[in-house]
Design a protein around this ligand. Structure first.
Ligand code: 5GP
Ligand code: ZN
Length: 116
């Protein structure tokens, strides 16, 4: 379940500090340590899934939960109406730097598409 070398596993297990906004049996949400916009949240599966490349059918309830929590937190952060962007980076070309699947929820400013 938990990868001892993984910082996001440690955050989900509350063995590493983070500003946690939400946690349940499947997912954990916290503020990105280097925000790129006024609101920058990360929502992760509690289970160590390395990336989208490792998603299995058993993960479907967890992946659905990521979106439901994104909706909830976007409302809580006051960015639901103004809008936000959800990003899931995969491997080198996607710009993934932490190899525990995570959904970025970014808002509070106008963004151009694509970024980077
Ligand atoms: P990626 O580039 O893999 O899609 O995004 C990784 C994100 O995790 C980056 O935005 C980075 O700022 C954030 N991050 C990396 N390490 C930590 C950490 O220890 N705590 C928090 N809160 N965010 C982190
Ligand atoms: Zn992990």
């Amino acid at each position: 379940m938990m990868n001892a070398a993984c910082i996001f596993c440690k955050i989900a297990a509350r063995q590493a500090p983070a500003h946690i906004l939400y946690q349940d049996d499947l997912v954990t949400a916290f503020r990105d340590i280097h925000p790129v916009a006024p609101t920058h949240l990360l929502i992760i599966p509690n289970r160590h899934i390395e990336s989208v490349n490792f998603v299995t059918p058993e993960d479907e309830p967890t992946l659905g939960r990521l979106f439901r929590v994104a909706r909830h937190l976007a409302e809580q952060e006051g960015i639901a109406a103004s809008g936000y962007r959800i990003i899931v980076n995969t491997n080198a070309n996607g710009g993934q730097t932490v190899f525990h699947l995570h959904m970025h929820v970014i808002g509070g400013q106008r963004m151009r598409y694509p970024m980077g």
